[in-house]
Design a protein around this ligand. Structure first.
Ligand SMILES: Cc1cc2nc3c(=O)[nH]c(=O)nc-3n(C[C@H](O)[C@H](O)[C@H](O)COP(=O)(O)O)c2cc1C
Length: 171
């Protein structure tokens, strides 16, 4: 099975996960940045990695996802929220919904990724006290918890998930 990993990453979190995913699929493989506009016609499995932008794949990843036809596809993503949150689940559903119906979605993986300080500062400016998205204790804790992600455990989980997926697809 010939696979390719295509990734969209703004601050490097998803790129880190992409390295683990590519390694799991083929030890010699390197992920390709979506900006390189890869030709995927020769690949059986296209794995797309994206950072989460307002509950969905970011625009670059979304445009790439929408361009795919007749492929087995899998996705991975990083987000500021916890990986086991409802929001994370919804983000995956939103991404999966963007594939053309000729594609078969065979897997998905999501983990937390640090939110850049620039973004945190912007959120504080945009959402002052009293606003429903204003900083609160839970948000501050989640951002602090996220600072070290993706961590070694996330990368191991990604490797294990995609190794199992590869074995399943090749069996
Ligand atoms: C403009 C913007 C929008 C974001 N929207 C969300 C969101 O809706 N949900 C969420 O959990 N994280 C959100 N995040 C956090 C990023 O998805 C997260 O930090 C991600 O790991 C960044 O990945 P990257 O380093 O590969 O760019 C947002 C970040 C930015 C900058």
């Amino acid at each position: 099975m010939k696979s390719i990993v295509v990734v969209s990453s703004r601050t490097g979190n998803t790129l880190k996960v992409a390295g683990a995913v590519a390694y799991a699929l083929d030890e010699k493989m390197e992920a390709v940045k979506v900006e390189e506009n890869p030709d995927v016609s020769d690949y059986d499995l296209v794995v797309v990695g994206t950072w989460i932008d307002r509950g969905n794949a970011d625009k670059k990843a979304a445009d790439f996802i929408k361009s795919l036809r007749n492929k087995k596809v899998a996705v991975f993503a990083t987000l500021g929220a916890y990986a086991d949150s409802e929001h994370a689940q919804k983000c995956i559903e939103n991404i999966v919904a963007q594939f053309d119906e000729s594609c078969e979605v065979v897997g998905s993986f999501i983990c937390q990724g640090a939110v850049s300080q620039k973004m945190v500062d912007m959120m504080q400016r945009m959402f002052p006290e009293g606003h429903p998205h204003a900083m609160n204790e839970a948000r501050i804790k989640r951002l602090a918890d996220g600072k070290t992600h993706p961590d070694e455990t996330d990368l191991t989980n990604a490797r294990e998930y995609f190794t199992a997926l590869k074995n399943q697809l090749e069996s």
